[in-house]
Ligand binder design. Structure first.
Ligand SMILES: *[C@@H]1O[C@H](CO)[C@@H](O)[C@H](O)[C@H]1NC(C)=O
Ligand SMILES: *[C@@H]1O[C@H](CO)[C@@H](O)[C@H](O)[C@H]1NC(C)=O
Ligand SMILES: *[C@@H]1O[C@H](CO)[C@@H](O)[C@H](O)[C@H]1NC(C)=O
Ligand SMILES: *[C@@H]1O[C@H](CO)[C@@H](O)[C@H](O)[C@H]1NC(C)=O
Length: 235
């Protein structure tokens, strides 16, 4: 009897926690199901276009203006985005497409955008822009740049950490340089360091966080156990 009533509250505590995780997981899964950027303008990715051919070759699935790939956990990251001929004037946030390998923004004559839109686009290898716009990060951030009629092509993203003449981009001590999109880099802390400017040594306090979480479960369990015990005693 005592053992039984002890187990139940723990189970309730676990249930509460797993529900919380479940809800947030479903939310992210839902976002993946219908990325807004794929419906930014009418039509779908067509065969015979750069993004269409890429999608067919990579066995992706076309959804609106996107090509969705397959990866673990049933998520479908955007691998290609075709926003050509969309009458776009401004593009401020393409973050949903940060996993894309190919992006086509050509045939938008009035488009005006900043290169920082592509910050974090580490997979981007093929970018098509109106010829008026420069390749993000400058020509030096790409293996090859060229203009074909009204289209500017930016091909093959270069690693910003490898670029000569940018030694002043020193990452702080105890950190590494990691590419973070055309012309961008990050300085993640090296193993065994964390915190502001990677000045703290030791493991990230994961054990501490888990400890607090587990502690929370124990408190809830004890509370439930005490209240339930009162109930059983009073009857
Ligand atoms: C596009 O091409 C693929 C293979 O080449 C074909 O299976 C598919 O039906 C085509 N889609 C359209 C809309 O034509
Ligand atoms: C651009 O889109 C318009 C309608 O939205 C369409 O009539 C036209 O054929 C398209 N042009 C190209 C080159 O796809
Ligand atoms: C483009 O945007 C920048 C700043 O966002 C602005 O200074 C510039 O005037 C714009 N150019 C055009 C042609 O709209
Ligand atoms: C970058 O390359 C393109 C085409 O290759 C060229 O038209 C443009 O002038 C170059 N830009 C700079 C700043 O060198």
């Amino acid at each position: 009897m005592t053992a039984g009533s002890c187990r139940t509250p723990t189970a309730v505590g676990m249930l509460v926690i797993s529900f919380c995780f479940d809800a947030s997981f479903q939310q992210t899964a839902f976002q993946w199901l219908s990325p807004q950027v794929c419906g930014l303008c009418e039509g779908a990715v067509h065969n015979g276009t750069a993004v269409g051919d890429f999608c067919a070759a990579s066995a992706g699935r076309v959804e609106g203006r996107c090509c969705l790939g397959k990866r673990a956990l049933d998520t479908n990251p955007i691998t290609g985005l075709d926003l050509s001929n969309c009458s776009l004037k401004q593009v401020q946030d393409l973050n949903e497409a940060a996993t894309a390998t190919i992006i086509d923004l050509s045939a938008n004559p009035a488009l005006n955008m900043s290169g920082s839109v592509f910050q974090g686009f580490t997979q981007l290898q093929h970018l098509m822009l109106p010829a008026r716009l420069a390749c993000p990060g400058g020509n030096a951030s790409w293996e090859k740049t060229e203009t074909r009629g009204d289209v500017r092509l930016c091909e093959g993203q270069r690693n910003a950490c490898d670029q000569v003449g940018h030694m002043s981009w020193d990452c702080p001590e105890n950190s590494l340089c990691a590419p973070f999109g055309p012309g961008f880099f990050q300085c993640p802390c090296a193993d065994g360091h964390h915190g502001y400017k990677c000045l703290r040594e030791g493991q990230f306090p994961l054990a501490e966080v888990l400890g607090i979480l587990a502690g929370g479960t124990v408190v809830v369990s004890i509370l439930l156990w005490v209240t339930q015990r009162r109930k059983t005693k009073s009857t």
